[in-house]
Design a protein around this ligand. Sequence first.
Ligand SMILES: Nc1ncnc2c1ncn2[C@@H]1O[C@H](COP(=O)(O)OP(=O)(O)OP(=O)(O)O)[C@@H](O)[C@H]1O
Length: 350
Amino acid sequence: MTGLAASVVVERGSFILDAELRVQPGEVVALLGPNGAGKSTLLAALAGLHRPVRGLVKLGDTVLDEPASGVHVPLRDRQVGLVVQDYLLFPRMSAVENVAFGLRARGVARAMARERAREWLGRMDVAEHERRPRQLSGGQAQRVALARALIVEPALLLLDEPLAALDAGTRPRVRAELRRHLAAYGGCTLVVTHDPLEAMVLGERIVVLENGRVAQAGTPAEVARHPRTDYVARLVGLNLLRGNATGKAARIADGLTVTLAHEVHGPVHVTFPPAAVTLSPRRPDGSARNAWSGTVEDLEVHGDLVRVSVGGPVPLLADVTPLAVAELGLAPGTPVWASVKATEVSAYPR
Ligand SMILES: Nc1ncnc2c1ncn2[C@@H]1O[C@H](COP(=O)(O)OP(=O)(O)OP(=O)(O)O)[C@@H](O)[C@H]1O
């Protein structure tokens, strides 16, 4: 089996999704992106709910969509399990009947299907087996929907924010159970999320969608270490600058350079963590330090530290202690020097 190979252009009013995606059999890909990026649209297209205007969607050897030749396989004929935010449970069936439904449709005997469904509900931590969907909480209904999709082991599993309705208490447990199940599952899985932690925990690979296009893709470690867009940099908590490098210096703005610890050449992304930034009232000494003048724009408590937004020719975030805030008298409008050691800066080709 060759997994999922999709290249789709979908139009929704003025919004255009134009994305390419591959998921290997057994692989879990997390689709991450800001609100309105087109994640749900892509999932719905793969499920057969939106018809692409151009492109090709193949699952294994089966063509699911090919607008050029008029091929469009509807959802019910796709080997696809879909879990969306509004659940779509059958309202007149109990939780256990909902979960057993897919097995029954495949000819599994009623008693056996119900037994398997009960096992699945147990794994998903749902005790209310005989309740109808409207008697379940949002979180319970979401777990029933997950069990219902997982039990039939479809070739492609599409999960749209599968843990969004769960409260903070149950979420880690269900996330761990889902992760365990997906690790042992031979089909392709695509999980939509806008929670970076969920993407990192569930996804072996992360695809970042922004404005209807794939902005970045890679393993969680690659994405976290080498963000390529401002959205990703913010998510993983790094400062991101763009520049042109010639050896151990990268020019980032008019007349401003960043000193690097390693040689690179050409267009680069330059990153450093906010905790590596030191703020001081005067230009610091030391040639290994990059120093830029700026103005404090905003302060926000961030765990034990204070995250300071510094504006100026090199906008950046700095994490400093509350003591430093007091000693430096930091407030919006305070002029400061921000400095970073070359060894704390990472630069990689754009
Ligand atoms: N029925 C519709 N008609 C026209 N445009 C729509 C419709 N539904 C959504 N859109 C637009 O499509 C774009 C993508 O929406 P989509 O729901 O796929 O994004 P998303 O990444 O899933 O966002 P979120 O994280 O907020 O769910 C948005 O800009 C939205 O305004």
